[in-house]
Every structure is written in structure tokens, then in C-alpha cells.
Design a binder for this molecule. Structure first.
Ligand SMILES: [Zn+2]
Ligand SMILES: [Zn+2]
Ligand SMILES: [Zn+2]
Ligand SMILES: [Zn+2]
Length: 497
């Protein structure tokens, strides 16, 4: 571990252009791992903790169809014909072609001689973020070496593969080592289109390294969250909950809604450590039961959760009847449920999926289970794009119900603010307002109806009175109708007959 003091000095240099005079954080010894970012005063929920700028940034260029962007400003271009005319093998817009950054990228790649400089090649474009480390100054490069790097067997593959795309790729050991190290640091601490640091429902389209954020340690209930400024790609890190002075600032490296076992496995494999946070030490995950399954005993209504053992295949315990089950037994239930729900997720009908989640899935899987949450998230996402075969009524009710379900689960886990939460809360508020308006509209309609009915009743009464009056007038009250002959007295008629 590199000492916190040296890391702080290098970070100060990196952050100099916009560092606060009185920062709310410092690099300190961490209770979680090595060193971390510690709050130097108490922070209120929502307060900015720090800003960070990318030390390295480039196009992610993961897929062949995402190569139409400028390698300097990173903006999308109409197609892939914007390759630099100087033969560096990089796409660049006409404005950026004249910029200093491209001059330095261009000189470097031209000297390596791309095999086909006029064709957009994802390997070359993706390498740029890594290769830019070569042109950093000494302190900036030292900062890269200060950050955690998983130097496994695979970290050399990228540069090795890229070498095949150039005629004169450098053979200098020091240059290759810098690039390999940068790849490892990017893989451990960087952002990339496909890494799990894009878990907060925000897609990050580039490949980038934010050094201060790279020092922030993991907790499965993070107390901080981040957003990006679109223009500068700078990162803003805020307190997700109130953070007391002296507490470590944390973020999450995993998806929020995965169970204990899956998170452990991911952190072990990809990030090389075992998480011992409060969520990981609690088999019920703070009562959120993200991995919870029903008891195999059909007479028991209890939930079954995996033991905290650190093993990849722990035993599971029913919280009611205490029955033990093996991991394999419980995985059978989980796989069955996942299979059934995912089949509905992948079917084309949104209405069928919603009906299934509302009426059927509860009979074989608890609604807190991650597969149900994932399905609900995908419903909300699809509803955002249009309501497909759902009626307006069903779409409204579903938005209201699912965003409420998910935020309630976040509350149980003790998760504070995040982009996901603000998105769900916004949705919830909009739906609640819509519902309130609909109820008000209905009440108004009802009022109008009552008024109308009252008026109708009044009119009826009036009519009745009128009719009565008419009837009164029509009675033979001594005055004969001039048009008809006076009626003969009944007796006379009888006599005539
Ligand atoms: Zn550009
Ligand atoms: Zn160029
Ligand atoms: Zn944890
Ligand atoms: Zn049981």
C-alpha cells in the first residue's frame, strides 16, 4: 500500500484546478481496506463531498457499431467516415482535429503506424485512453501507480492484442509496462461502459479514470453517490445520507439489488476482496430479503436465507421452522423462479408480464427476491418508452405500485439518495399527483351530477305543481266551456234511454 500522505499530495495536484479551500474529506487509513476517503466534518444528506475530473478518458468503443464518435470531444458523429486525414487511425471531428489533445494523440499513433488508418478499428480506438498515460507528466503517472490494480494474468492481453494493429508498436519495456499497469488500474478503479460501476441506472459511455473516486472504498450500503457533468465529464460526489465527522465515504462496486452470495462472489472474483459490511453480516440483509426464498416445507410460511459463512455454497436456514437446506436445493428453487419470470420478461407482452408479477409470481417466489425486483425495474423501463399493450389505467397503477415497492425496499436496506431513488420518487410523485387529480375530477363530476339531480328533482316538483294547477283549472267549477253544449243532467240521460 502506498502511504496516504503521498496519495494526498498527488491528488492535491490533480484536483488543484477546482479543489475547495476547505475540503470536507481527507485520505486516511480505512477500516475497510488500506486507505480511503474520510469525512473531516459532518456532512448533510445531499451535500457535495468532492468533485473529481478524469485523469484519463477515451471512447469505450466496445462494439463495432459504437465507433462513430470523436476521440477528443467524445461527441457522436453522423457515421464512421470521420477518420483523421493524417493517418493516426483515430476518429476526430473537424473542430477537434486542430486541438492540442489530438496533436499529441495523433503524433503518438502515427509513429506506431496503424495497419489500416482509414478504417475505424475498435481495438485502436479503445486503446487511446490507455496510451494517453504515456504522455502524462511524472506526478500524474505516479498517481496512476498509487491506485489499486488487479495485476492478474489477463491484464496484459489488451496491449498485446492492440500491438497487432500497428506496424511499429513500441517494444520498449517501460512503455509497455505503463500501458499494462494503466489497463489494470482502469479495470479495478475505472469507469467503462460495461463495468458494474454503471449500476445506478446511469450509463457511462466512456472509459475513464477518476483518481480520487478510485480511492473511495466499497460498502454494500454506500453513503455517497455520484453524477457527471455533461459538458466537462467531471464527477460530483454527494452524501447519500448524513455522514458524521470521521466516517469513511463509501460507494458500491456491485449492483444494489443482488443477494449476499452473488455480491460476495463478484467482489471476490473481480475486486479481490471479501466485504464485511453491515449488510453482508446480516443473513436477512436488514430485513430486505433480497435473496429470500420460500421454505421447502409446504406447511411452513417462513422465508429461507443463506447463512453468513463466506463460502460460495452456504447452507440456507428457514427463519420460522429452522429447517436447514443445502445450497443446491435452494438454487433449484431460485433457478425455477428465475426461469419462469425471465421467460415472461422476454416475452413480447408487457401486459402479460405485469399480470404475472401481480397475480402469479407471489405463489412461488417472495416479492423481495432480486429476480422479481429486476423484472419490476424492466417493466418501469419499458413503461418509460411507451405503454405497449397496457391500458392507461394499468400503466398508471403499475408505475405507482412498482416504484413504491422498490423505494420501500431501498428504505429497508437503509439506502439513502441515489439517481435511482430520485428517478423512482419522481415517478411516484407524478403518479400520485395524477391519481389525486383523477380523484378530484371524479369528485367534481359527482358534485355536478348531484347538482343536476337536485335541479331535476326541483323541476319535477314544479311540473307536478303545474300539472296540479292545470288539473284544478280543468275541473267543472260552474263555468261551462263555451264550445260544447251543456251536459245534460245524468238523470235526464237515463230517462231518454
Ligand atoms: Zn470533437
Ligand atoms: Zn490524427
Ligand atoms: Zn457488503
Ligand atoms: Zn420453514
Amino acid at each position: 500500500m502506498i502511504c496516504p500522505k503521498r496519495t494526498s499530495e498527488l491528488l492535491d495536484l490533480h484536483l488543484a484546478p477546482f479543489k475547495d479551500k476547505d475540503p470536507a474529506w481527507e485520505i486516511g487509513v480505512s477500516k475497510i481496506a488500506g486507505r480511503g476517503v474520510v469525512a473531516t466534518r459532518s456532512l448533510k444528506r445531499g451535500e457535495i463531498i468532492f468533485r473529481d475530473s478524469p485523469l484519463l478518458i477515451g471512447l469505450a468503443a466496445h462494439e463495432e457499431d459504437s465507433l462513430n464518435a470523436c476521440s477528443v470531444c467524445l461527441k457522436m458523429l453522423p457515421d464512421t467516415r470521420f477518420m483523421c486525414r493524417q493517418g493516426c487511425g483515430l476518429p476526430v471531428c473537424s473542430l477537434c482535429a486542430k486541438k492540442k489533445q489530438h496533436k499529441s494523440d495523433c503524433d503518438l499513433f502515427k509513429s506506431w503506424g496503424p495497419n489500416e488508418p482509414d478504417v475505424a478499428n475498435s481495438v485502436i480506438i479503445r486503446l487511446l485512453c490507455v496510451a494517453r498515460a504515456i504522455n502524462l507528466n511524472k506526478e500524474q503517472r505516479d498517481l496512476i501507480y498509487c491506485l489499486q490494480a488487479n495485476l492478474d494474468n489477463n491484464h496484459r492481453t489488451e496491449v498485446r492484442n492492440a500491438a497487432k494493429c500497428f506496424k511499429n508498436f513500441p517494444t520498449d519495456k517501460k512503455l509497455i509496462e505503463i500501458m499494462n499497469r494503466t489497463v489494470a488500474v482502469l479495470r479495478t478503479n475505472g469507469f467503462d461502459k460495461t463495468t458494474d460501476r454503471t449500476n445506478d441506472n446511469q450509463e457511462f459511455n466512456y472509459r475513464a479514470l477518476y483518481p480520487l473516486f478510485g480511492v473511495v472504498n466499497h460498502d454494500c450500503i454506500p453513503n455517497a453517490y455520484y453524477t457527471f457533468e455533461e459538458k466537462t465529464n467531471n464527477m460530483i460526489v454527494r452524501a447519500a445520507v448524513d455522514i458524521p465527522e470521521g466516517f469513511e465515504v463509501t460507494t458500491t462496486y456491485t449492483k444494489l439489488f443482488t443477494g449476499n452470495i452473488a455480491r460476495h462472489l463478484f467482489l471476490k472474483m473481480k475486486k479481490n476482496f471479501t466485504c464485511k459490511c453491515s449488510r453482508c453480516s446480516d443473513p436477512t440483509e436488514k430485513g430486505a430479503f433480497i435473496s429470500g426464498l420460500y421454505c421447502r416445507d409446504t406447511n411452513c410460511t417462513g422465508l429461507v436465507v443463506p447463512e453468513i459463512s463466506g463460502l460460495p455454497h452456504p447452507n440456507w436456514n428457514c427463519l420460522v421452522c429452522k429447517q436447514k437446506s443445502t445450497h443446491a436445493q435452494m438454487m433449484k428453487s431460485q433457478d425455477f423462479a428465475s426461469g419462469a419470470i425471465n421467460a415472461k420478461v422476454n416475452s413480447n407482452s408487457l401486459r402479460t408480464l405485469v399480470q404475472y408479477l401481480n397475480e402469479k409470481s407471489d405463489s412461488f417466489i417472495p416479492s423481495s427476491n432480486y429476480v422479481v425486483i429486476d423484472a419490476k425495474m424492466s417493466v418501469l423501463q419499458r413503461l418509460q418508452q411507451g405503454r405497449e399493450d397496457c391500458s392507461e389505467e394499468l400503466a398508471h397503477n403499475t408505475r405507482l405500485r412498482y416504484s413504491r415497492d422498490i423505494t420501500q425496499l431501498m428504505d429497508k436496506l437503509g439506502l439513502g439518495d441515489s439517481l435511482l431513488r430520485s428517478h423512482l420518487e419522481e415517478l411516484l410523485q407524478r403518479e400520485e399527483e395524477r391519481r389525486a387529480k383523477r380523484l378530484a375530477d371524479e369528485a367534481e363530476k359527482q358534485l355536478k351530477l348531484t347538482e343536476l339531480q337536485a335541479k331535476a328533482a326541483e323541476a319535477d316538483k314544479l311540473l307536478e305543481v303545474l300539472e296540479k294547477e292545470q288539473a284544478e283549472q280543468a275541473k267543472p267549477a260552474g263555468t261551462a266551456d263555451p264550445g260544447t253544449a251543456p251536459a245534460a243532467p245524468p238523470l235526464a240521460t237515463a230517462e231518454l234511454a
